[in-house]
Design a protein. Sequence first.
Length: 651
Amino acid sequence: MSLIVFFVFVFFSALVAIKRLDIAKPLRVFGVGLALCDFIVLVPILHNIGDCGEKVSESVSSSIMSMVQLITIDVGYDSLMKAASEAGILPFFTILCVFTPLVWGGVVLTLFESFSSWITYQIFSFFIPVYIFSDLNENSLMLAKSIKSQKKKKCLCIFCGISENISPELKEEAKENVFLLLKKNESSCIKSPSNSQIYFEISEEQNENLTRSRNLIQSYTEKYGEANYSNIRIYLFSEQEEAPLLLSSTDKKGIPVILVDRDRFFANDLLFTHPLYEVLSESEKCVSVLFVGSGKLAQSILRTAVWCGQLGKTYLLKISVIDKNADFCEKSLRLECPEFFNGEYDISFYNADVETDEFKYCLDAHCSDVNYICVCSESDELNIHTALYLRSYYFRKNFSSFSKPFIALYVKDGAKNAIIPEFTVLTREKVQAKKIEVNSESAMNYNLYAFGGDNTLYSAYLLDSPLEKLALNVHFGYELSFSDGKASEIEARKVYYSNETNIRSNRANALHIRYKLFLLGYDLKTDCSEQEIKENEKLSSELKSDIEKNLLALSQTEHDRWNAFMRSEGWGTVSLEQAKKIGKHKITRAKLHACLCSWEELDSLSEFDPKFKEYDEIMIKNIPYLLGLENNRINISGVRYALTCRGVNGK
């Protein structure tokens, strides 16, 4: 009977541990099971001890006392062992005597929250992915909950540095989601790089994030040296200007560190998810972008828009900025990106307060042709108000199109961000009650796209961004070309993550793939079914043919994009004479590059590298493989996308 009870509790404890990834509760269940087994075994043993034997009631009470003594190692073992031997259960009773105090010692320790979390981590981290957060705060909790809900397989989320200063409400919410809380810092959690471990340096103190990331790298490299760190990732949240330089100066030994800069993240995500060309008809040849707001985020999106908008000689790009501090924005960009103002790019700045009628006069005078708007001023409320005004303003100008121009607005609050796409002239209840057609004028949606919500940045999307996967493929494609196909994936990953400038450049290259597809009459579908992928063979073949036919024009476009990207990063042109005098075509500390010139002028730089034009051509030819449309070594991130036709350029 006791054996059955014992195994039932062992099975139940294991089941609870696996299901909830929590060692404390099953250990307590197991402890109760052991105590019950002790009691069942001790009743007959104690009943037969002594000269006369005890009554059953007396042996039951004695068994309870002996069970407690067995737990505390305060019992007469000699007589009990002798009686167990006579009963033929000595081996089993010996096991109980050993395990009972050990398990109950563990039960006592689980009452100390951090210890039970630590034991759970040590056990389960060998079998399932582990997500380790440097701090418990609203953002890290939001991210952990998103990861838990998105991941189909089991995962373990751990919050480090838990102290008395952390909100009890946050702790309680973390416990409700079965997250582990540790007093130790994240550097104490490192395990063999063969285990999947993803770290988030996500403190509200951004200096701390950078310091802790460097400490984490040091802990790994001191312990494991030149290992394969492909299962390790560190997400460093920082918007500090010096963060990229400090990261690039750190010898990471191939440990992937992804710098999460809020402004850059949203700039890239917006212009990848909703490209500038999105609302263009076949007859329109000008992408006219309006920025309302001139802060750091607006400047980041503007810089990205300049190189995204390089669409060859067929399309023009016009950018306007309206804000009460627009002149300061212009001066700031002239300092940071001086070659934005060399005459190649059409960027205008207009001082106007969006809360006064001078905003309307400015729109009337300078922005009548706008087809893409980004509203990103200082507050959610002002952005919503401005976006609604702009939708009405442009609808009054063109009654034939309620959805143009495209309007994106920055809304940080997650709750507000989620409901903005539902904005209609009438509430849905009134539409239904009055039986109004959903596509009628009075029920029309405002067609506003909200971006910038915390629920987007702090979500599992951060881990599975299609842009990041494409960027890694772009890098490996170049590595294969430079090494005549001999580059290894492990070494390529090390190089990719070694320099933040390199990562940004590859992201920009990856983002613009979608714009090049537009020029050929295609679009990219990132969320596609297996059936769509299988049906994509014909389009993939057509794409390769179109690329071959338009290789020169696309390569020139790619060079124009690279020029604009480098200028957005603050790089300037060094003349051929200066480059020859110095003996280098690239001067990193001065941010000067001789290749910041026209496509035709690249030929004059052949003494530095005769393949400058070839690099652009390689990028264009690799597009089908970068997207996973055809099997190739280049696709190390394992993406599989599908193409769709846009119905332009004869398709």
